[in-house]
Design a protein around this ligand. Structure first.
Ligand code: ATP
Ligand code: MG
Length: 431
């Protein structure tokens, strides 16, 4: 084959896209109830925006960014995640102004790009559905955001969830913990992976997120951030936990969880699920947290934010696995034409029927009558219109109900009215 899709990308074909549509529609409905509005931001921005917000020791910045110089010599990148662009838009459009609601809540859906090693559940172009809420530092909003994520997953029939939460505290917490990690890892520096030796110098917290098996034993015994929380950070986290308890959302506190991006502080969370759809491995479908310094870092006022991103492909695998393949939607009408002039008439009739709101298909391959009726059956047509010499001579269509075999002749001008009658009757009969 001459052309193949780029490594790590996927074609989403119509059969599958229908389910994507459904999942997106259900998500939109949940977002509406939580008063989130959709935001659509560019798929590429300046490299610097992503680099600065994700942090220059994150996997995204060190290995995964699809960056390029455009013809004007600007260093750009395809978006690796959704938050940075949304924060940029929030600042640039001054959405923190008094005329806008607080918290200011937005959601997005769309493709993200990361240069990763493709494997099951991991692509180079993948999709996320995500939310951001700006302008409130209340731990209640953290809890609401987690509840939103759970509701979203429930709304598409995904129930077997494990929620892990942790806190990264405030800047003071981070500083104390940073020192504790340096003190702990430095004597073991030689045992760390090459990447983590660099992380130790630049950002020791990142070591906890290492996927290198060489680092695992050391990471397992590392000091816990929970022992370094300031009273304020402690209080924030307590309210989050109490709120989750009140909401009846089960969770585990995982003090080794740090998340892949540098901008998080206070509450971070991941929702995981184990499913035969993932080969019974546990995978994270949704992840997020609070990022109180990010808006300021991107050049806006010091306003807090909290959000999450959900991996749409992973969600689709779960949704597909959880339900049997649906039958294709039936075709309302198939028009079989038995001659060339009949074909031209069929085109006109098809348009009128579509205008009236019904789905229509007809023959475009000069098929014999028998083969056209076969096609109608395969498409699961409810009605078949036949246009032959006799019908053309009388400017009338023969309409056959496939379920009953009942057949009538109706003048062209009355076809759509007749359809309304037939479908009304089908509805009344509960079909
Ligand atoms: P990991 O540690 O597995 O690399 P991450 O921290 O990079 O995850 P996030 O940036 O938090 O992931 O992205 C949120 C969600 O997006 C993930 O939980 C996952 O469901 C999905 N996701 C991330 N990267 C990919 C990818 N390359 N392909 C498909 N889905 C992805
Ligand atoms: Mg990653």
């Amino acid at each position: 084959m001459k052309y193949q899709k780029p490594k790590g990308t996927a074609d989403i074909l119509p059969q599958e896209a229908q389910l994507w549509d459904e999942v997106e529609a259900k998500s939109r409905e949940v977002f509406r109830r939580y008063r989130y509005g959709e935001i659509r931001v560019p798929l590429f921005e300046s490299y610097d925006l992503y680099a600065r917000s994700s942090g220059d020791t994150s996997d995204i910045v060190t290995k995964e960014m699809y960056d390029f110089n455009d013809k004007g010599g600007r260093h750009m990148a395809l978006r690796p995640e959704g938050t940075a662009g949304v924060v940029r838009a929030y600042v640039e459009n001054k959405l923190y102004g008094p005329e806008f609601p607080k918290p200011y809540r937005v959601y997005y859906m769309g493709p993200m790009f990361r240069y990763e090693r493709p494997q099951s559940g991991r692509q180079r172009e993948f999709h996320q559905i995500g939310v951001e809420a700006f302008g409130s530092d209340s731990p209640l909003l953290d809890a609401e955001t987690i509840q939103l994520g759970v509701d979203l997953l429930h709304s598409v029939g995904v129930h077997d969830l494990r929620l892990a939460i942790n806190t990264l505290g405030d800047p003071e917490t981070r500083q104390a913990y940073h020192q504790a990690l340096v003190d702990y890892f430095t004597p073991h520096k030689a045992e760390l992976s090459e990447d983590s030796q660099i992380r130790l110098a630049k950002n020791p917290l990142r070591i906890l997120d290492s996927k290198d098996p060489q680092d695992k034993p050391l990471v397992a015994d590392a000091p816990s951030i929970l022992d370094y929380l300031t009273p304020a950070a402690q209080a924030h986290f307590s309210v989050v936990k109490e709120s989750l308890d009140k909401l009846g959302i089960a969770y585990v506190v995982d003090p080794t969880m740090v998340r892949g991006l540098d901008y998080y502080n206070h509450t971070i969370f991941e929702i995981m699920t184990t499913s035969p759809a993932f080969g019974n491995k546990e995978l994270t479908v949704l992840a997020g947290g609070r990022y109180d310094g990010l808006v300021e870092q991107v050049g806006g006022p010091a306003l807090p934010g909290v959000g999450f991103g959900l991996g749409t492909e992973r969600l689709m695998l779960l949704v597909q696995h959880n339900r049997p393949a649906e039958e294709a939607a039936p075709l309302n009408v198939y028009i079989a034409s038995l001659s060339e002039p009949a074909g031209a008439e069929a085109l006109v009739l098809a348009h009128a029927i579509r205008e009236a709101g019904y789905t229509v298909d007809m023959d475009f391959l000069n098929r014999k009558a028998k083969s056209q009726f076969k096609t109608a059956n395969r498409e699961n047509a409810q009605l078949v219109i036949t246009l032959g010499e006799d019908e053309l001579a009388h400017s009338a269509a023969s309409i056959k109900q496939m379920a009953t075999g009942q057949q009538i002749q109706v003048p062209f001008a009355e076809v759509t009215t007749e359809f309304h009658k037939i479908y009304q009757q089908l509805v009344e009969e509960g079909k």
